[in-house]
Design a protein around this ligand. Structure first.
Ligand code: GRF
Length: 206
């Protein structure tokens, strides 16, 4: 008889509000998603994502080049290992992960981007700037992308996408709100597929 898949332990990296983090925490709390949130790490001491982590009763840490000028990457890596993290989810994290962390977690780091990659991604494409570029380009559709993280911005293999049409008179702000709601669903659905084994990540195979 085959073994049931083990419950994957999650770490989150966030720099801001953390609404995507909340969507995952809520899905785990309601058992809609069979994964185990362990820890939130933020480079921003004021990130509401840290409060969300505390309210959920999981580890919540502010680690930055100011708090750890000499051993930031090692501190982050130690924290991930202490929590036996299987999978990392970047939910609005504005920093790059260090090389050693990427190496140790190769194929096990996901990012959510608020557009249909490979378009409208890359360095400097974040927040409202993405939606401003989409509207300015006259795109008929936008959406959200979940992808694996490599050492560049927004370039790793795409795991899933969701699309929505732009309405007439769409503004970057109205598009941002629509895409964010889409992101919450796409991220949870993608993690559900990973949890069930429908979506296999090479990096999770031992
Ligand atoms: C989202 O738009 C995500 O795609 C991007 O950063 C934003 C984070 O939003 N990477 P929130 O903090 O989850 O609300």
């Amino acid at each position: 008889m085959s073994q049931p898949p083990k419950q994957l332990k999650l770490a989150f990296f966030a720099s801001g509000n953390g609404s995507n983090l909340q969507a995952i925490l809520d899905a785990c709390a309601s058992s809609e998603l069979d994964m185990s949130p362990q820890v939130v790490i933020s480079n921003n001491s004021k990130a509401y994502a840290l409060t969300r982590g505390q309210l959920a009763g999981i580890g919540s840490h502010h680690f930055s080049s100011k708090t750890h000028p000499h051993n930031l990457d090692q501190t982050i890596l130690n924290t991930l290992l202490e929590h036996s993290v299987d999978l990392i989810v970047l939910v609005g994290y504005m920093k790059k992960l260090g090389d050693e962390i990427l190496e140790r977690f190769r194929g096990r780091v996901l990012n959510i981007h608020p557009a249909l990659l490979p378009e409208f991604g890359g360095h400097g494409m974040y927040g409202l700037k993405v939606h401003q570029a989409v509207v300015a380009a006259g795109a008929t559709h936008s959406g959200a992308t979940v992808h694996l993280v490599d050492s560049e911005y927004d370039t790793g293999p795409i795991l899933s996408q969701a699309r929505i049409p732009l309405s007439s008179g769409e503004t970057p702000e109205s598009l941002a709100a629509k895409v964010l709601a889409l992101e919450h669903r796409l991220l949870v659905e993608t993690l559900q597929k990973i949890a069930s084994g429908e979506l296999e990540l090479e990096g999770l195979k031992t």
